[in-house]
Design a protein around this ligand. Structure first.
Ligand code: AMP
Ligand code: MG
Length: 400
């Protein structure tokens, strides 16, 4: 459902940024190889460049005709003939005539001679010219998130700046009469607004720019004003006020903006009352529609529903190629019993690695329990049709 709508979204613009500033942005242009990768046959080991056929009989004694360091100018005069070898270092250009590099561990040197005790197949430990990419080949495509690997590729291709999509601006609006901001002294009946900050952090982590709005009280007029402010951004995230309570006004006020509700509620826990929709805004064309999420106010519900629903929309607005959520699998440490009906995302602790990966629910007091959630490191995913999952079963885990 969200994916369908995400597919209609486009980023708002492009900008040229310094290579390191591009991290976390989405690439808006292809990055192409400006030369062959590698540009010369590259030795991948320290050792001796040889002709593999010379090592048919072992040990083989070869005449050493030179030494080639990484960065050495390619010496066209140097050619390894039968019975010869050249000392070579990792990253150096393999000389003409050779077809393999024997690791130094299998050799012993004595003056101009080297004795080799292990055979080799032609091609071993040499990466041929252009084997990784040909000049002009596309190394990175638009829509890729720039991470450190993309930065390495761009740097290798001589790119000190990259064209990236402008980050989408996402308005964050917390609602609730009980909320006060971080620095304000609070009465016992009040609670600090944490959702604005967790959401802003999630927005930034997903490649967006957060626009933080003041806390909205549970009063329609002020809520309406703040929603209108939020619609100046590319997307609007509200938290709280979407349940069935008398003062849960978010849907009612959104309706005053001619909101189209695409869903109101999902069979998940935490996060069941989550609302998704769009408001005709700006130009009045479908492209001008502003999407919004009314996320439930319980802080863990807010966090989980952001990851499941808001993140794909934000990534699409950022220009990112669509992707599926990634789940790991781990072995359940102790049995879980739940009521069937809802797909559950429960805070859990993942430990161990590889085939020893184990996961266990943390004790928590429900979706208001941010302390337990912060102490956990993932969510265990429980399908809606399971009442009991036994210890030892491999189950999906959503990382955060
Ligand atoms: P609501 O969805 O408005 O019914 O809120 C559900 C629960 O989440 C209540 O206990 C609220 O006090 C709490 N809550 C709502 N908004 C926030 C917020 N911005 N920060 C922290 N807790 C919140
Ligand atoms: Mg509320």
């Amino acid at each position: 459902m969200v994916e369908e709508h995400a597919a209609t979204l486009r980023p708002s613009g492009k900008e040229l940024v310094e290579l390191l500033d591009s991290r976390g942005h989405i690439l808006a242009e292809p990055v192409v190889a400006d030369r062959d990768f590698p540009a010369f046959p590259r030795a991948t080991r320290d050792g001796y460049a040889v002709r593999a056929a010379d090592l048919a009989k072992l040990p083989a004694v070869l005449e050493v005709i030179g030494e080639i360091k990484a960065g050495a100018t390619v010496d066209t005069a140097l050619k390894v003939e039968s019975g010869q070898a050249a000392a070579i270092m990792t990253g150096a250009p393999a000389p003409q005539g050779c077809d393999a590099v024997v690791m130094v561990e299998y050799t012993s040197r004595n003056g101009d001679q080297v004795t080799i005790t292990k055979g080799i197949a032609a091609g071993e430990n040499i990466v041929p010219v252009a084997a990784e990419a040909k000049r002009g080949d596309r190394l990175l495509s638009p829509g890729a998130r720039v991470d450190h690997t993309a930065i390495a590729v761009a740097a290798s291709a001589g790119r000190s700046r990259l064209l990236v999509y402008s980050k989408p601006r996402v308005a964050v609006l917390a609602t609730g009469d009980e909320l006060v901001d971080i620095d304000v002294p609070l009465a016992p009946n009040q609670i600090r607004n944490s959702n604005t900050y967790s959401l802003a952090a999630q927005v930034q982590g997903a490649g967006g720019e957060s626009v933080i709005l003041p806390i909205a009280p549970d009063k329609p007029e002020r809520l309406q004003e703040l929603i209108a402010d939020g619609l100046d951004s590319d997307m609007l995230l509200l938290s709280g006020g979407v349940s069935m309570g008398k003062y849960d006004l978010v849907e009612q006020v959104l309706a005053q903006f001619q909101a189209e509700f695409l869903f109101t509620g999902v069979q998940i826990q935490p996060g069941r009352p989550v609302v998704f929709g769009r408001i005709p805004w700006g130009t009045g064309t479908p492209e001008g529609d502003k999407y919004f999420f009314g996320l439930p106010g319980n802080p863990v519900s807010t966090m989980v529903t952001f990851e499941l629903f808001a993140r794909p929309m934000l990534e699409a607005l950022a220009g990112m190629t669509p992707r599926k959520l990634v789940f790991l699998h781990a072995k359940l440490k102790s049995e879980i019993k739940t009521k069937p009906g809802l797909k559950r995302f429960l805070p859990a602790m993942l430990s161990g690695e590889f085939e020893q990966a184990e996961v266990e629910l943390v004790r928590w007091q429900g979706s208001g329990d941010i302390a337990a959630t912060a102490a956990a490191n993932c969510y265990v995913v429980i399908p809606p049709d399971r009442e009991r999952i036994e210890a030892g079963e491999w189950i999906p885990v959503l990382m955060r």
